[in-house]
Design a protein around this ligand. Structure first.
Ligand SMILES: Cc1cc2nc3c(=O)[nH]c(=O)nc-3n(C[C@H](O)[C@H](O)[C@H](O)COP(=O)(O)O)c2cc1C
Length: 409
């Protein structure tokens, strides 16, 4: 039976035929809503904004807007803030942009799926982004790059907003569960992200531990289910969402068999037709060979994975020298986006570059100056840039674009 159901929705300009996806996999249950068990991971800066997250949600899955520096998608807000070094002005513009993006994604979703906002714990405006997301109507808050110990308090006035921490091992999960349980709150789901494969910032202490076997999905899923038992939590209460390197329906089946309730993907969504970054950004990611993908220390003090483009290769050549000379200085762009920044705070073991500037260049498709985050594994459709609908249908139902007769050359 075809996994695609046809439904007629919307009455704005007459009736519109809309493709709703379905699957034989169990649905992901979040806050009493049943979703397709696919999560599109949050991707900054601007790589997952309303178009990507809204499309994913409109198909019945969980789409995620990345909250970082969204003013970059709004020319009026950029015009007001591009040349300023006034942090308050930049932060205010970003909250306006976040509000616009959430509302636009929710409008696209028309009540289907869920729209989440990803907020990195390591970002200085973390609490303000979380509050704005709740006020603007986000269905879920997803927090990575640090332990969101205070998330239940920050969102206490919004009990209907799902809270989803991103962690990489059972130890981190135990810390969050024990802390939140004291506040009588449980996560509504947990994303388990494997630093061996994922893109962007990685949840490992340093570069030498990124490939540690204790991060393997089988180990973390087993450890987490044992932890739930120890803490008296029914395993169905907190769905586990695995992330990092997932690119085939076979992997999805295996992960479900190991106890996952959904899978999160980043890179494959970043390169989808609806991904919010420039087409050149997508081509850099799809065109990267395995030997082009590297891990290095970010200025956030975490290991990160990206494509070794011209800027990154030059930076890595000079890294040791820059680290030897590291010393505290004012933020180079006056934005102070991170709680702790290797460049601004002169932390020698962290990266010595401005991450917001480099990620901003990548978003615009500036191959020479951009920093292009990418996961380590092959992509579901190779170098082809395909619609989100086809990606989800492939992962959940094994239906490849070739079967639809639409795969381009
Ligand atoms: C371009 C890009 C930017 C990302 N930015 C973020 C981010 O801001 N916050 C976050 O929690 N994860 C971020 N991620 C990680 C993804 O949300 C996702 O968990 C991860 O990429 C999964 O691995 P995969 O890319 O192999 O599918 C980013 C990934 C990519 C590709």
């Amino acid at each position: 039976m075809s996994a695609i159901l046809f439904a007629t929705v919307g009455h704005l300009h007459g009736k519109r035929r809309m493709i709703v996806l379905d699957t034989a996999f169990p649905k992901l249950k979040l806050k009493n809503k049943l979703l397709l068990p696919i999560v599109q991971g949050g991707m900054g800066v601007g790589v997952s904004a309303h178009r990507l997250a809204g499309t994913v949600a409109s198909l019945g899955a969980l789409g995620t807007i990345s909250s970082v520096d969204l003013r970059r998608h709004h020319p009026d807000l950029m015009a007001q803030t591009e040349k300023t070094r006034n942090k308050e002005l930049i932060n205010a513009a970003n909250l306006i942009a976040l509000d616009r993006e959430i509302k636009a994604a929710k409008a696209m979703a028309e009540g289907r799926g869920m729209v989440a906002v990803n907020v990195m714990r390591a970002v200085a405006e973390y609490a303000a982004y979380v509050r704005q997301s709740c006020e603007s109507g986000a269905d879920a808050i997803v927090v990575g790059a640090g332990l969101p110990m205070d998330l239940p308090e920050l969102t206490s006035e919004y009990p209907d907003v799902a809270l989803i921490p991103i962690l990489s091992d059972a130890r981190g999960i135990a810390l969050i569960l024990k802390k939140w349980m004291r506040r009588k709150r449980l996560p509504d789901a947990i994303v388990i992200e494997n630093p061996q494969y994922a893109a962007g910032h990685l949840g490992a202490a340093g570069l030498d531990s990124v490939n540690d076997p204790h991060f393997a999905f089988s180990v973390v899923l087993e450890g987490t289910l044992a932890l739930f038992k120890e803490l008296g939590i029914e395993s169905e209460k907190i769905p586990l969402i695995t992330a990092g390197g997932i690119h085939s329906p076979e992997q999805v089946r295996e992960l479900f068999a190991l106890g996952a309730s959904a899978v999160q993907l980043g890179t494959p969504f970043a390169v989808s037709e609806e991904g919010d970054a420039h087409m050149t950004f997508k081509k850099v990611l799809t065109g990267a060979r395995p030997e082009d993908i590297v891990t290095f220390m970010s200025c956030a003090g975490l290991p990160a994975r990206a494509v070794k483009t011209q800027w990154l290769a030059n930076y890595l050549d000079k890294e040791a020298k820059l680290q030897r000379k590291a010393g505290p200085k004012d933020c180079t762009v006056g934005f102070d986006c991170l709680h702790q920044c290797g460049l601004r705070d002169g932390i020698a073991k962290a990266g010595q570059f401005c991450i917001d500037t480099q990620l901003g260049f990548a978003l615009e498709g500036d191959v020479k100056r951009g920093l292009f985050f990418r996961g380590s594994e092959p992509l579901p459709f190779g170098s082809a840039i395909r619609p989100v609908r086809e990606l989800i249908d492939y992962l959940l139902n094994g239906i490849s674009p070739a079967t639809h007769g639409t795969l381009g050359a």
